[in-house]
Design a protein around this ligand. Structure first.
Ligand SMILES: [Zn+2]
Ligand SMILES: [Zn+2]
Length: 322
């Protein structure tokens, strides 16, 4: 009798331990979401001549959603350029929230892509109305208490930068994108250093324009158990960026993939396929420029910061960066 009772106690202890282990792992895992993904609703590409025939992205929203879920994302969002046209196809999914990558004009006259998360249809209209007036945009984002980030700030993707832009990134934005799946590791590292200096939250996402890259970078919020907790965690700076940065092979593959879809959509553009062998050279040239851009602006920011505040660590970092 004593032996049977001992066996029962042992098995109860075993199942209790397994249950505790399961729930503690489930609880600690938190939630993950790719916070920067494009779909076919991101408009036409910005390259001169090609902008009339080639889309930024050919991915259908439901296909993007399915891939992200297969990769283990707990939540899904899409961040099309100045558009929420992908919303209708995903609105009914319980783990989906709408976001947008807003192209805005900064006071210096330069452009920036701003990720704005968990928005409504009405928010989209108001964002688009204010995106050419940064002060008005900032005031409205604050009024609506929306969470937003400055995306790929050490890239020349949106054109030139000015030193005052970096002061703005460090003071006016609650978050910086510090892991972009298509930016060079150096550009991401510099953004992470800027977020660290300025005490800003960090977000990350794939910036995928081709299906193969969807979900290659994402943001985890430990211990989040709902969309609300995930977004609150981001605001509190609890987000951990994960996944890979950009690189030559990935960008070359994605550009060729987009080109292939352009030809499929517009067969008369087939002669442009003869330009395909030049794509790797263009990507190499682009990344060489991006590398110089990221290093130069980090050095400029650190020098300005050191000059302003007599920050010894920034002075030392500026010497290293230069
Ligand atoms: Zn962007
Ligand atoms: Zn983007």
């Amino acid at each position: 009798m004593v032996h049977v009772r001992k066996k029962q106690t042992d098995s109860q202890m075993f199942f209790a331990s397994v249950t505790v282990l399961y729930w503690s792992r489930h609880y600690n895992k938190g939630m993950q979401c790719d916070l920067h993904v494009h779909t076919r609703h991101s408009g036409m590409c910005t390259i001169p001549l090609l902008r009339a025939v080639c889309r930024e992205c050919y991915n259908e929203p439901p296909a993007v959603y399915e891939k992200l879920k297969r990769l283990g994302m707990d939540l899904v969002t899409i961040t099309d350029h100045d558009s929420i046209d992908g919303l209708e196809e995903l609105r009914s999914r319980p783990d989906f929230f709408l976001s947008e990558e807003v192209t805005c004009q900064l006071p210096s006259g330069t452009q920036l892509h701003v990720g704005v998360y968990d928005i409504t249809d009405r928010d989209h209209i108001e964002l688009q109305r204010r995106r050419s007036d940064f002060e008005a945009l900032l005031a409205w984002l604050g009024e609506r208490d929306l969470f937003f980030s400055a995306n790929h700030v050490f890239s020349s993707l949106t054109g030139r930068r000015a030193i005052e832009d970096f002061e703005l990134f460090a003071s006016a934005f609650p978050a910086l994108e510090t892991r972009n799946g298509h930016m060079l590791p150096r550009a991401n590292e510099n953004a992470a250093a800027l977020a660290d200096y300025a005490g800003r939250a960090e977000v990350g996402g794939s910036d995928a324009h081709a299906m193969a890259s969807v979900g290659c970078a994402y943001t985890v919020v430990p211990r989040a158990r709902s969309r609300h907790e995930y977004l609150e965690g981001l605001r509190l700076g609890l987000g951990k960026v994960r996944g890979e940065a950009g690189g030559f092979r990935k960008l070359t593959r994605d550009v060729l993939w987009i080109g292939w879809h352009m030809v499929r959509a517009n067969p008369w553009t087939l002669p442009l396929a003869t330009l395909a062998p030049a794509v790797p050279l263009v990507i190499l040239w682009n990344y060489a420029q991006e590398s110089v851009f990221a290093r130069w602006w980090m050095a400029q920011y650190l020098q300005a910061r050191a000059a302003r505040g007599g920050d010894r660590s920034a002075e030392r970092a500026a010497e290293v960066a230069a």
